[in-house]
Design a protein around this ligand. Structure first.
Ligand code: SF4
Length: 270
C-alpha cells in the first residue's frame, strides 16, 4: 500500500482524492508547523462551503496566534480588540440577524482578557457561534501561563510548574459557560487525528445550523497543541495533549439543545 502511494504524483488532478476548500486563501499560514489552528481553519471553511453560506457569514478574529485569520479565510472578517470579539459579534449579529456570525479566539483572548465579554454574551444568549482554541498557554507572546494552564504544567512564567496554591486553578471555561441559560450547544473537540477532525467538523456544522433557529450561543472548544510553546515536536505535543490535556479537559458534548449532558466523561478530573 505504501509503495502504491509513493508512486502517486500528487501534482496530477486525477491523484487528488480530497480537494481542499476554495475558501482558504492560497498563501502560507503564519502558524508553526504542526499547530492545530490550520486544521480548524480548514474544517471551518469546509463547513461554510458545504452549507453554502460563505457569502452570508461574518467572522471576528482575535488577538493571539490567530490574529491574522482574516488573511487566510476568504470570507468577510473583522478584527476585534483583545478579548472583545464577542462584543463585536453581538453588534454584527444584531445589525444583520440574517447573517451567520462567528468568533474565533484562543484561551488568552477568550478566557483571560475577554472573560467578561465571553460570559455576558453567553448569558445574554446572543445568536452566534463561538470557536475557542484551547492549548493551555499563551502561544503568540512566548509561552506564558494562561488561565487554562494545567496544574504543574511548565510555562515561561511558571518554570517550575503551575502551583495552584499560589497561581490558582485552571479555568474550565467551557463547563462554566454551559451553566448559563443563554448557551444552547456547548462541546469540546480536538483535531489531532482524522476521527477527531471529523467530529470537530460535525460540531461546527451543528453550531452554524443552530443559528438558523435563533437558539442562542453555540460554543465549540477545540483542545489543541502548541508545540512551540510546549517546547515539543508536533508528534510529542499531540501525545502529551492526549495524556495530560484530555483528562483535565475531557472531550465530548457538554450541552445539547439547551440541556446539560449527563455523562461521566463530561466531568473534568483534577
Ligand atoms: S505558538 Fe503555538 S498556538 Fe501559536 S502558532 Fe505556534 S504552535 Fe500554534
Amino acid at each position: 500500500m505504501e509503495e502504491q502511494f509513493a508512486k502517486l504524483d500528487i501534482r496530477k488532478d486525477e491523484n487528488i482524492v480530497y480537494k481542499r476548500t476554495n475558501l482558504l486563501v492560497d498563501r502560507p499560514l503564519s502558524y508553526c508547523p504542526g499547530c492545530g489552528h490550520g486544521t480548524v481553519h480548514r474544517m471551518l471553511m469546509e463547513t461554510l462551503e458545504e452549507m453554502g453560506i460563505q457569502g452570508n457569514t461574518i467572522g471576528v478574529s482575535p488577538v493571539g496566534c490567530s490574529v491574522l485569520a482574516y488573511d487566510f479565510l476568504d470570507i468577510d472578517m473583522l478584527g476585534a480588540a483583545h478579548g472583545r470579539a464577542p462584543a463585536l459579534a453581538t453588534a454584527i449579529k444584531r445589525m444583520w440577524p440574517d447573517h451567520f456570525v462567528f468568533t474565533y479566539q484562543g484561551d488568552g483572548d477568550l478566557a483571560a482578557i475577554g472573560t467578561a465579554e465571553t460570559i455576558h454574551a453567553c448569558n445574554r444568549g446572543e445568536n452566534f457561534t463561538m470557536i475557542f482554541i484551547n492549548n493551555g498557554i499563551y502561544g503568540m507572546t512566548g509561552g506564558q501561563m494562561a488561565p487554562t494552564t494545567l496544574p504543574n504544567m511548565r510555562s515561561s512564567t511558571s518554570p517550575y510548574g503551575r502551583d495552584v496554591a499560589i497561581m490558582g486553578h485552571p479555568l474550565k471555561m467551557t463547563e462554566l459557560i454551559a451553566q448559563l441559560p443563554g448557551t444552547y450547544y456547548v462541546t469540546r473537540q480536538a483535531v489531532h487525528t482524522p476521527s477527531h477532525v471529523r467530529k470537530t467538523k460535525k460540531a461546527l456544522r451543528k453550531a452554524f445550523e443552530n443559528q438558523k433557529n435563533n437558539t442562542g450561543i453555540s460554543f465549540v472548544e477545540v483542545v489543541s497543541n502548541c508545540n512551540s510553546g510546549w517546547k515539543m515536536t508536533p508528534v510529542q505535543s499531540n501525545k502529551w495533549m492526549e495524556e495530560n490535556m484530555f483528562p483535565f479537559f475531557p472531550l465530548g458534548d457538554i450541552k445539547v439543545d439547551g440541556k446539560l449532558v449527563e455523562k461521566k466523561e463530561a466531568v473534568a478530573k483534577e
